[in-house]
Design a protein around this ligand. Structure first.
Ligand SMILES: Nc1ncnc2c1ncn2[C@@H]1O[C@H](COP(=O)(O)OP(=O)(O)O)[C@@H](O)[C@H]1O
Ligand SMILES: [Mg+2]
Length: 342
């Protein structure tokens, strides 16, 4: 855009190849094409280089798994692909459209119309039923009548095998069921691509496998996924695995070819241990600050843990608390969502 001496025509041409939908250069071959992506966060006066030159192509019906130790840039990359943020440098094309230079409003439209999201902690609206949660994005899409919305939401619930729980609120559903509702919601507007950040991170391994089976099923039926995970077992469900380290993709393997290397495994395990101790120390800090109580709401303790730690704890948060009780570090017991002392 900074070329000198362009006549009007020249500028127009340039703009077309940069911003138009389905540019000739990329066609509709790739769902995502990311070129030399950099992302630097500013923390006060310190610059944190979270991504340092990432190239990535995602084809229709790929199931891409992104692995790597905490802090390697997985969530940052996923957020850029998902239009939740823009890169500092480089370009990202979604179905041929350059989304790296869009305004906040334009990105919001892209998110609504083209991308489905699944997060570690489900992010369902607690006061709404499963059905209503799925109807929210359908409402904002503005494409359906009231009855049309209900019908589509019921179909989506049936797709994840939960049509019988349509009128239950999240607190009446298990973690695995809540994640299935979140997956149904992600598909409400028939997205071009669905991004998932640690979709099984809050689930026990059996439930996690069920969720991955469901995703693999949807993938076989045509869905395109990019998922971040810590868990090598989860990676088995994808069609491609990318390994990240220090803001770069360092290795790519198909699932039955290259797996996590020994070096990556060691880093992942030691990071996981470090995050577990950071999580424990934050739990102690919270309890110390709020000492004197006999009952603590676990979800409030969880909120006191910084997100980068919480995002990357190796086990279920409640498992860490349970472990601390078992090891005699906490003189209490867990009842439902409460930690009870004494
Ligand atoms: N909003 C932010 N502000 C400042 N630094 C951030 C922010 N988000 C992430 N980072 C930093 O960027 C790096 C990559 O983080 P992230 O993408 O969350 O990694 P991962 O998901 O692999 O754990 C880390 O050093 C992290 O501390
Ligand atoms: Mg992360």
């Amino acid at each position: 855009m900074t070329k000198k001496g362009n006549d009007k025509k020249g500028k127009k041409m340039e703009k077309r190849t940069e911003d138009s939908i389905f540019t000739e250069e990329f066609g509709d071959k790739f769902k995502i094409k990311a070129e030399n992506i950099h992302k630097t966060y500013l923390l006060g006066t310190t610059a944190v280089a979270a991504l340092r030159g990432v190239d990535l192509n995602v084809k229709d019906q790929d199931f891409v798994i992104i692995m790597g130790p905490s802090g390697s840039g997985k969530t940052t990359l996923l957020n850029l692909i998902g239009g939740l943020d823009t890169p500092t440098r480089g370009k990202i094309f979604l179905e041929g459209q350059n989304i790296s230079t869009l305004s906040d409003n334009q990105l919001a439209d892209i998110r609504r119309d083209k991308i489905g999201y699944v997060f570690q902690f489900y992010n369902l609206l607690p006061q709404m039923t499963a059905l209503e949660n799925i109807m929210v994005p359908l409402h904002f899409a503005g494409k359906f009548s009231r009855r049309g919305k209900r019908k589509r939401a019921m179909d989506l619930l049936a797709m994840v095998g939960l049509d019988e729980r349509a009128h239950h609120t999240p607190s009446e559903l298990s973690g695995g069921e809540q994640q299935r509702v979140a997956i149904a919601r992600a598909f409400s507007n028939d997205p071009a691509i669905c991004v998932l950040d640690e979709p099984t991170g809050d689930l026990d391994s059996k439930t996690g496998q069920m969720i991955m089976n469901l995703l693999r099923d949807l993938n076989k039926r045509g869905a395109t996924f990019v998922a971040v995970t810590h868990d090598a077992k989860v990676a088995e469900f994808g069609t491609r695995t990318l390994h990240m380290l220090d803001g770069k993709i360092v290795e790519e393997g198909t699932v039955n070819g290259l797996k996590e290397t020994e070096m990556m495994k060691k880093i992942r395990q030691s990071e996981a241990e470090a995050n577990k101790s950071k999580c424990e120390s934050n739990i102690f800090k919270y309890l110390f600050k709020n000492q004197g109580q006999t009952e603590y709401n676990i979800s409030i303790i969880r909120q006191s843990i910084p997100k980068p730690i919480l995002d990357n704890i190796p086990l279920h948060f409640n498992d860490i608390l349970q472990g601390m009780i078992k090891d005699g570090k906490l003189p209490g017991k867990i009842q439902g969502q409460m930690l009870i002392f004494g």
